[in-house]
Design a protein around this ligand. Structure first.
Ligand SMILES: [Mg+2]
Length: 191
């Protein structure tokens, strides 16, 4: 069972880092977007991307994890799978992300970035753990998606091979359930 584990807003609390930096620059807290496309807030995808890219470049170790401590649940996920890669849609800060993951003692094998033209669902992983609703439509029938709950992904209907998780512990329980009911993974265990 190979897992693609997302970094931003799944492991790293990028919404919180963005809110702090936005407040520094504008003197007021930004609204929290409840849509994936930022349609209901005063900033756009470009500003969000620019600010968060800069945070990774200049202040990455200050980015908090979504859960504290994050190391323990990632170890449990690692031990439940037989391969966990960190897979991010952000490019250009891979080295900073590796340092962040090591600093937080996240358990993983490798880290890959994909371009916006590539789909994580096409990379051959059995399970995708991610906050992005874009994987709902690209998910293959023989894959599982655990959608990490965030305000902007709540209004999506999920296919039967996808489910929502509130935290990484719940994710581990869902992985154990998949291992029990899907014959392909019954003997799976991390090497
Ligand atoms: Mg993400």
């Amino acid at each position: 069972m190979k897992i693609a584990l997302d970094i931003e807003s799944t492991l790293a609390d990028i919404p919180a880092a963005f809110r702090d930096e936005y407040e520094n620059r504008h003197g007021e807290k930004p609204d929290i977007s409840t849509t994936w496309g930022f349609e209901n807030v005063s900033y756009g995808a470009d500003e969000f991307h620019k600010i968060t890219q800069q945070i990774w470049e200049e202040n990455s170790l200050k980015i908090l994890p979504t859960e504290d401590p994050i190391s323990i649940p990632t170890r449990k996920i690692y031990e439940t799978a037989n391969g966990v890669d960190l897979v991010t849609g952000r490019q250009g800060v891979e080295e900073k992300m590796r340092k962040w993951a090591d600093f937080q003692d996240v358990w993983y094998d490798d880290l890959y970035s994909v371009s916006s033209q590539e789909e994580k669902a096409d990379l051959g992983y059995d399970v995708i753990i991610d906050d992005s609703p874009r994987h709902i439509d690209t998910l293959h029938d023989d894959q599982y998606l655990f959608l990490y709950n965030q305000p902007y992904n709540r209004n999506y209907n999920l296919p039967k091979n996808a489910s929502r998780v509130d935290n990484l512990h719940q994710c581990e329980l869902s992985l154990l359930e998949v291992r029990t009911k899907d014959d392909r993974f019954k003997s799976a265990q991390h090497r």
